[in-house]
Design a protein around this ligand. Sequence first.
Ligand code: NAD
Length: 334
Amino acid sequence: MKRVNILVTGGAGYIGSKIAHDLIQNKFNVIVIDNLATGYKFLVPKKAKFIKADILNYKKIESIFIKYKIDSVIHLAASLSVEESQKRPLKYYMNNVLGLENMLKLVSEFQVNSFVLSSTCAIFGNSQRGAVHENSVQLPESNYGKTKLMSETLLINYAKKFKFQYAILRYFNVIGADKFLKTGPVKSPTLFKVLAKNIISNNLSIKIYGKDYSTKDGTCLRDFIDINDLSNLHLEALKKIKKLKKSFILNCGYGMPKTVLEIVNEFAKVINKKIKINYFPRRNGDVEKIYCNNQRLTKILKKWKPKFKLNHSIKNQLMWEKKLRKYNVFTKRK
Ligand SMILES: NC(=O)c1ccc[n+]([C@@H]2O[C@H](COP(=O)([O-])OP(=O)(O)OC[C@H]3O[C@@H](n4cnc5c(N)ncnc54)[C@H](O)[C@@H]3O)[C@@H](O)[C@H]2O)c1
């Protein structure tokens, strides 16, 4: 049987590389486009075709669509630091909105029939406290969240006009590493990454921002989703939009919120050591509580079953961090 070509933008990044590995595992041909702004070539599966390209370079991306018959696009390429987006809003508008528009023009021109977009719970902003469903009020705080919300609208309008199917997947907090340690987060300021890095370098401490939120222990409440489960969700979503010939938007989380302190305690349990907590004042823009109402997700993707427990994700994250350190990948050129 002829293998189908899937184009993964941002496929040298944390989530995109994991999806690329899983697509290869599932016998797809994978073409990865990445400008390596925050991605790493060593994360891309050897069996994928890697093309160093910027989605803002229309001509170059067009040449890829001319060369390969693309069946579907999974679009992850984006800039995603909330903090940076406040300082450099135009960079975010260019990359996340205009970059996406380039992809959508090509998808329309070359009659690609399915498109998966990485979106985020940051589109809900601070207006929401507690469980958010797909139609909860969307009032993003940051420029990052705003550009992602614009991306969703742009995609919906293109898909309507050019008649292709889409899945918009709004991730909550993504955690862990590939279960075979083929890929994982290299640099990111997330709680999981910082904790794992500290632990592996024998620094058994962590900063927590804010201890007076109205949650059970005063620290922020979040919904965490394992990278392996999230990647699998993309494969299921792609199958589903093709089968149903319908588009959908899904909030992607387990709907089982944990506080920041609970996460630190779980890490301590896994390593069987104490972790010293240094409390700092609240950070601007941190949402008190946000977690996922995943009723629609579990209804639409019936075959998708979360397999990773929190301690499993923590173990993978720690082993990945150890691997990064051992092979000293930071010194390798991109
Ligand atoms: N990590 C999370 O917890 C999380 C949560 C919600 C949503 N997301 C979304 O998931 C997607 C992937 O995030 P990630 O965590 O893997 O981040 P990442 O930074 O590891 O991956 C993004 C990739 O896109 C590439 N890229 C950026 N701009 C590009 C451009 N103009 N042309 C080509 N490539 C470009 C980067 O080099 C990088 O490899 C993003 O769209 C992000 O908004 C991530």
